[in-house]
Design a protein around this ligand. Structure first.
Ligand SMILES: [Zn+2]
Ligand SMILES: [Zn+2]
Length: 135
């Protein structure tokens, strides 16, 4: 499957292109992803075949691997936004879904590490859905 996706960080210094399709899309609720994102879960797309090309700001891309784990992330050293990274010795490209500016062609495959959910991360579909800031 051939597809091109574009993405960038919040400050716009880092821009990238991904050539190829995604195989899976996981919402990970593990304790590392919660801490890493500051949110309920990470939302990462995975591909064993897609190719990542940095279009701008490559020198601002920083990576961190939590010692003694496979938890790794890349982020913009200016604004801290999550960015794609190559994992498992180059076997898999992981792309934070929120870093993409183009539409994602697949739906999330699964919530994973659901047993590690935060104590407020239940029945969120029942929370009021406001179009903008509360007034
Ligand atoms: Zn940035
Ligand atoms: Zn995780």
């Amino acid at each position: 499957m051939s597809a091109k996706h574009h993405g960038s960080c919040l400050c716009g210094v880092v821009r990238f292109e991904i050539d190829g399709g995604f195989e899976s899309f996981y919402l990970c609720h593990c304790e590392h992803c919660r801490k890493d994102t500051g949110s309920a879960h990470a939302a990462n797309l995975f591909s064993p075949t897609a190719v990542l090309e940095w279009l701008a700001g490559r020198d601002k891309v920083t990576s961190f691997t939590l010692p003694s784990t496979r938890h790794t992330k890349s982020f913009c050293s200016i604004c801290g936004s999550a960015l794609p990274n190559v994992q498992m010795n180059g076997a898999v490209l992981a792309v934070p879904a929120g870093s993409l500016d183009s539409d994602v062609s697949i739906k999330p495959s699964a919530h994973i590490f659901a047993s590690s959910r935060a104590n407020w991360d239940f029945e969120l579909e029942k929370v009021p859905m406001l179009e903008r800031l509360p007034v």
